[in-house]
Design a protein around this ligand. Structure first.
Ligand code: 0GY
Length: 313
């Protein structure tokens, strides 16, 4: 079969920049049991409507398309993260987790008003974390006392908190993150400005943050969002997003037991270009050279966080 299609020919509806159809087959062979620990499902909108308060409208990206991509790239499992365009309505994510046959776990968005019964229902569906989003272009403000209360309730279920913020906002969020009573997972390396030096003060602050907080983990994800250099200029060159490599590699080298990786498919809210997910997988050996680091990044670490019952004590 040629490299495409991977999506089974399902109809796509556009409303935003469409995700990349027919991703290439990665040259890098993922280790057995690899987890795509950051991806989304969107809608379909007529079944799972988008939130009225959303800041963007994505193209539909269904669970079947996600599972087809998983198999095409060579992943065994997914962690499906609730995106802001679905607000605190977790139905599409939960539906995908339930349909995955145990191959997907989820990260939800919940409000202070969420009931204990609903939290238990989410847990039974496979949810193991909540996401707090501080990116101002994506969400309206939520008071920190409300977030702390939610964090306390989900920590009791053994869940963690995923946080998404811009690097410039780390200083003001530092003490709040430090006060969270459970594991904290930072999305996309805290969005460093990769045009600045990897040894510069901004990224040094992020490394210090991880050093001083052993419960903080990091997703070394989204080179396509962070890169200034962009995808490969030359056709056939598979080493994309070179300017992001030193940042991700620094984190993987120093914190090999606290890193996760994911595709971010279907790459919501992205301008400029849509990444080839096969090329994104080929980014991995550049940031995690060596089978040991790759195994931790792609298998051991996400399994510890999302399928701990399958890990040996
Ligand atoms: C991502 C990144 C983005 C969007 C969201 O929840 C979201 O809408 O996270 C972004 O726009 O940077 O991880 O999907």
């Amino acid at each position: 079969m040629p490299d495409k299609p991977t999506t089974g020919g399902f109809e796509k509806t556009t409303g935003w920049l469409d995700w990349y159809d027919g991703p290439s087959r990665p040259a890098f062979r993922l280790p057995q049991g690899a987890v795509d620990a950051h991806c989304h499902v969107f809608g379909p909108g007529d079944e799972f409507p988008y939130a009225p308060e959303r800041k963007y409208t994505p193209c539909d990206a269904s669970k079947r398309q996600l599972f087809a991509l998983r198999d095409h790239l060579g992943f065994a499992r997914n962690v499906i993260v609730q995106a802001t365009c679905h607000g605190a309505d977790n139905r599409a994510m939960v539906d995908a987790c339930l349909a995955s046959g145990g191959k997907a776990r989820g990260v939800a968005t919940v409000k202070r008003s969420v009931t204990d019964q609903e939290l238990r229902r989410l847990h039974a569906a496979g949810v193991r974390g909540v996401r707090f989003n501080f990116v101002k272009r994506l969400v309206d403000f939520t008071p920190q006392d409300e977030l702390l209360e939610v964090a306390g309730r989900v920590a009791a279920l053994g869940w963690h908190v995923v946080v998404y913020f811009e690097a410039a906002d780390l200083p003001e969020l530092w003490s709040f993150f430090g006060a969270l009573p459970t594991t904290v997972v930072v999305d996309h390396m805290g969005r460093p400005d990769v045009t600045r030096p990897v040894d510069g003060p901004e990224f040094a602050l992020f490394l210090k943050f991880m050093r001083e907080h052993p419960a903080v983990w990091c997703k070394v994800t989204c080179p396509e969002r962070l890169s200034d250099a962009g995808p490969p200029a030359l056709r056939g060159e598979r080493h994309a997003y070179r300017d992001v490599v030193p940042f991700a590699r620094r984190i993987v080298d120093e914190f090999p037991d606290r890193v996760l990786w994911g595709t971010d498919w279907p790459h919501p809210n992205l301008r400029g270009h849509m990444p080839d997910d096969g090329l994104l997988v080929d980014f991995i050996p550049h940031i995690a050279p060596g089978a040991g680091a790759q195994r931790k990044l792609l298998v051991t670490n996400p399994m510890r966080l999302y399928w701990p019952e399958e890990c040996e004590a």
